[in-house]
Write a protein that binds this ligand. Structure first.
Ligand SMILES: NC(=O)c1ccc[n+]([C@@H]2O[C@H](COP(=O)([O-])OP(=O)(O)OC[C@H]3O[C@@H](n4cnc5c(N)ncnc54)[C@H](O)[C@@H]3O)[C@@H](O)[C@H]2O)c1
Length: 440
C-alpha cells in the first residue's frame, strides 16, 4: 500500500518504518527540514532500540522515503496518518493546533480518495474537527473528493516501540465506513497474523480508549506510590507488599512498582487532558485528579529524603545523578522526574554531576538548558567523584549491578538515594551504605 505518515517523531517514525518493513511504500513527512535532511542520510532524531537499522534498510530498499512536502506525495497515497504532537495546552487540555494544521494541509492538497488516520492522541470529537477542516479546504477549492477520517490510537512504549508496533496487543480502529475498516484491516493484517487483534469500534470510543488506557496505567502507578508512602509511615516494606498483591491475578505485577512518579510524553499530558475533557462535559473526574496530585508530590519524594538527610540548605553539597531519561531505553526527557529532583536540589544550593547513557544531549540542549551548577559526565563513576551521595533516577540496566567498592571510593559519604521504580540493590546496609528507597 502507498502510505503517508505526517509527523516523524517517536510515533510517526516508528509507525512509518514498521509499515515499510512489511513491504508498504511509505513516505514520512515532517515540517522540520533539518530532521528530514538527517533522516535521508540515516541519522535519527531520537534514540529507539532497533529503529536505526530498520530505517536504513528500508530507505536502501526503496520502501521508506522522507520529505517536507506533503503535496508532492499525497496524490499517490491511499492512507494518510496524522502523527504530530498533541502537547499540553496552557489550560491542561490537548493542544490540537498541530493536528488541525495538518488537516488543513491535507484539505489543501488532497487529490483522490484517501483515508485520513488520526494516530495522535486526541480528545473525543477531534475526528469531527479534522473532517470539518479538510472539508472546509475542499469547499474553498470547489472540489468534491471522498475521504474517511479514522481514529487509530497508538499504544507503543518508548524503549520497546518496534516490538510493540510489530506485535501489538491490539489494534484499535474507530471508523464510520466499512471501506475504511476493511482497508485498515488489510494494512494491519501482517502485524496480527498469529491471532486477530484488530478491534473495530466507533470513532469516539477509539479516541476515548487511548485516554482510558493511559489513565488506568497512571492510576496503578499513583496507587502504588500512595501505598509506598503509607508503608514508610507504618514501617512496612512496599516491595514486599507489591509482591504480595501482584500475585492476585486480578491485580497483576505490572505497573505496581513504587518510584518517583510517572513522566514521559504521554501519561502526564493525557491524564491532564482527560480531566479537562471531563470538565468540559460538566463532570469532575475526582479519581483522575487525585492520580495527578499523587504523582506531582511523588516527583519530589527523593528530593525530600535528601533534604531530611542533608538539611534544607544544600550549599556546598554535590550529588551524583545516575539517570535523566524518564525511563530506560529512550533519550526522551519529557516530564522526567529527574528534571524536578535536579531543579529542587539546585534551588537549595547543591551542585549536580549527571550521567545518563542516552539523554545527556536532551538535558543540555532542552530540559535543563537554563540550569547552572550541573555538570554532565560520560561515565557513571565520574558522576559520583567526590559527591556527597548517589541519586538513582532511571532504571537503566547498567545501574543494576554496579561496582559498590568503586562507588564507595568515589563518594565523600557512602549514601545512596534510589528513586527507581524497581528494587535492584540488595542489602546495601551490610556493604556499609546508607540506602534510602521509596516505600521502605
Ligand atoms: N511518544 C510516545 O511514546 C507515544 C505513544 C503513543 C501515542 N503518542 C501520541 O502520538 C502523538 C505524537 O507523539 P510523538 O511522541 O511522536 O511526538 P514528537 O514530538 O516526537 O513528534 C511530532 C513530530 O511532528 C512534527 N510536526 C509538527 N507539526 C507538523 C506539521 N504540520 N507537518 C508535519 N510534521 C509536523 C514535529 O516536527 C515532530 O517531528 C502525540 O499525540 C502523542 O501523545 C505518543
Amino acid at each position: 500500500m502507498n502510505i503517508t505518515v505526517i509527523g516523524s517523531g517517536y510515533v510517526g517514525l516508528v509507525s512509518g518504518t514498521c509499515f515499510s518493513e512489511m513491504g508498504n511504500n511509505v513516505t514520512c513527512v515532517d515540517i522540520d527540514a533539518d530532521k528530514i535532511a538527517k533522516l535521508k542520510k540515516g541519522i535519527l532524531p531520537i534514540f529507539e532500540p532497533g529503529l536505526e537499522p530498520m530505517v536504513v534498510k528500508n530507505v536502501q530498499n526503496g520502501n521508506l522515503h522522507f520529505t517536507t512536502d506533503l503535496s508532492s506525495v499525497i496524490g499517490n497515497s491511499e492512507i494518510v496518518f496524522i502523527a504530530v504532537g498533541t502537547p499540553m495546552g496552557n489550560d491542561g487540555s490537548a493542544d490540537l493546533q498541530y493536528v488541525l494544521a495538518v488537516a488543513k494541509s491535507i484539505g489543501e492538497s488532497i487529490q483522490n480518495r484517501i483515508i485520513v488516520v488520526d494516530k495522535s492522541t486526541v480528545p473525543v470529537g477531534t475526528a469531527d474537527k479534522v473532517k470539518a477542516t479538510i472539508q472546509k479546504e475542499l469547499d474553498k477549492r470547489n472540489e468534491s473528493i471522498d475521504f474517511d477520517v479514522v481514529s487509530n490510537p497508538e499504544f507503543l512504549k518508548e524503549g520497546a516501540a518496534i516490538n510493540d508496533f510489530m506485535k501489538p496487543d491490539r489494534v484499535v480502529v474507530g471508523a464510520e465506513s466499512e471501506f475504511a475498516i476493511e482497508k485498515m484491516k488489510q494494512l494491519y493484517a501482517p502485524f496480527t497474523m498469529s491471532h486477530d487483534r484488530f478491534i473495530a469500534m466507533d470513532i469516539r470510543s477509539a479516541e476515548m480508549t487511548k485516554y482510558a488506557a493511559n489513565a488506568m496505567l497512571a492510576t496503578k502507578i499513583s496507587f502504588m506510590n500512595e501505598i509506598a508512602n503509607i508503608c514508610e509511615k507504618v514501617g512496612a516494606d512496599a516491595n514486599q507488599v507489591r509482591i504480595g498483591i501482584g500475585s492476585d491475578a486480578r491485580i497483576g505485577y505490572s505497573f505496581i512498582y513504587p518510584g518517583c512518579g510517572y513522566g514521559g510524553s504521554c501519561f502526564p499530558k493525557d491524564v491532564k487532558a482527560l480531566k479537562k475533557i471531563a470538565e468540559e462535559h460538566n463532570y469532575q473526574a475526582k479519581l483522575i485528579t487525585s492520580v495527578e496530585e499523587v504523582n506531582d508530590a511523588q516527583k519530589l519524594v527523593i528530593a525530600n529524603k535528601i533534604v531530611t538527610r542533608f538539611g534544607e540548605d544544600l550549599t556546598g553539597k554535590t550529588f551524583g545523578v545516575w539517570g535523566l531519561a524518564f525511563k530506560p531505553g529512550t533519550d526522551d526527557m519529557r516530564e522526567a522526574p529527574s528534571i524536578y529532583v535536579i531543579k529542587e536540589l539546585i534551588k537549595r544550593g547543591a551542585k549536580i554531576q549527571a550521567y545518563d547513557p542516552k539523554a545527556v544531549e536532551e538535558a543540555k540542549s532542552c530540559y535543563l538548558k537554563e540550569i547552572e551548577n550541573i555538570e554532565y559526565v560520560s561515565s557513571k563513576y565520574q558522576a559520583i567523584e567526590k559527591a556527597d551521595a548517589l541519586v538513582l533516577l532511571t532504571e537503566w540496566k547498567e545501574f543494576r549491578s554496579p561496582d559498590f567498592n568503586e562507588i564507595k571510593t568515589q563518594l565523600n559519604t557512602p549514601v545512596i538515594f534510589d528513586g527507581r521504580n524497581q528494587y535492584h540493590m540488595f542489602n546495601l546496609a551490610a556493604k556499609g551504605f546508607e540506602y534510602y528507597q521509596i516505600g521502605k
